[in-house]
Design a binder for this molecule. Structure first.
Ligand code: CP
Ligand code: NVA
Length: 309
């Protein structure tokens, strides 16, 4: 049995490079099988519960469709309807759901809540985004880079914008996978120190570099991958106008593209605000792989589900 069976998927940093490659290669296999019309009912009879405390298009639909394609089923559980909203403790919810389900996916605010759920659940828990991390998106991103670049090792990814959950997951994922990673964020919006430290430790092991800077030019110089995300994440809606002012120089546009490698690809986890963190021209341009990335959420998550459940 794979060493992945029964494991939680809360952060990519809980996994070795070999384990992450195992998931990525399996995701590529599942994608190819699907394109050939082959079915793969690896989770027949199994049920995934999906707890959402925040909005979602990609995560909800790709997990639900993914379970269906694996022969199982998925339950959408909005926190608006769960007893959690009325104060039932997470540790009780975890144990109750463990008696019915085979796995839980959760999207929430505090990362600690996901850790607590995982601590008390007897079934695998998958992080579908917290304020701290978005590991399933990072897996789809690595898969997309592999498809477009044929490798991960030695490539440079530059993330431009807020030092948010996406920046954190990319810092951990890229450094683990022997990639160089640079983050360009305005002062006061840098990624969290504990994540940067963990990424630096990975990079030391990988023999690669982690750069945190306010200088967008330095970050994107010769980058193979340019990545950006919204300036105001879910839960930060009240700060949106103030953030637009601060982040204005941190946009992926034609001028910034000139500084990256000629064959650089452009990525965004979506949803995007065109005209803010990225121009419409670049999003729709030939170097954008943004919709492949969105598609790969499905395949990458199916691989995670089939391996851990
Ligand atoms: N990228 C992503 O997680 O999208 P959703 O918020 O639509 O799930
Ligand atoms: N940083 C964004 C990612 C959305 C997928 C957010 O948390 O809203």
């Amino acid at each position: 049995m794979s060493k992945l069976k029964g494991r939680d998927f809360l952060t990519v940093n809980d996994f070795s490079r070999d384990e992450l490659y195992e998931i990525l290669h399996f995701a590529l296999q599942l994608k190819a099988e699907r394109k050939e019309g082959k079915s793969h009912p690896l989770l027949a009879g199994k049920t995934l519960g999906m707890i959402f405390r925040k909005a979602s298009t990609r995560t909800r639909v790709s997990f639900e469709v993914g379970m269906y394609q694996l022969g199982g089923c998925a339950l959408f559980l909005s926190d608006q309807d769960l007893q959690i909203k009325r104060g039932e403790p997470v540790k009780d919810t975890a144990r109750v759901l463990s008696r019915y389900l085979d796995g839980i996916m959760i999207r929430t605010y505090e990362h600690r809540e996901v850790e607590e759920l995982a601590e008390y659940a007897e079934i695998p828990v998958i992080n579908g985004l917290t304020d701290l991390l978005h590991p399933c998106q990072a897996m789809a991103d690595l898969m997309t880079i592999l498809e477009h670049k044929g490798k991960l090792k030695g490539l440079k990814l530059a993330f431009v914008g807020d030092g948010n959950n996406m920046a954190h997951s990319l810092l951990l994922a890229c450094s683990k996978m022997e990639m160089h990673v640079a983050i360009a964020s305005p002062a006061g919006y840098e990624p969290r120190t504990e994540i940067v430290k963990a990424a630096q430790a990975n990079a030391k092991d990988s023999g690669t570099e982690v750069l945190i800077t306010a200088d967008i030019k330095e970050a994107v110089k010769d980058a193979d991958i340019l990545y950006t995300d919204v300036w105001a994440s879910m839960g930060q809606e009240a700060e949106r106008i103030a953030r637009i002012r601060v982040f204005k120089p941190y946009q992926i546009n034609r001028e910034v593209m000139q500084l990256a490698a000629k064959d650089a690809i452009v990525m965004h986890c979506l949803p995007a605000h065109r005209g803010e963190e990225i121009t419409d021209e670049i999003m729709e341009g030939p170097q954008s792989v943004i919709f492949d990335q969105a598609e790969n959420r499905l395949h990458a998550q199916k691989a995670i589900l089939a391996k851990v459940m």
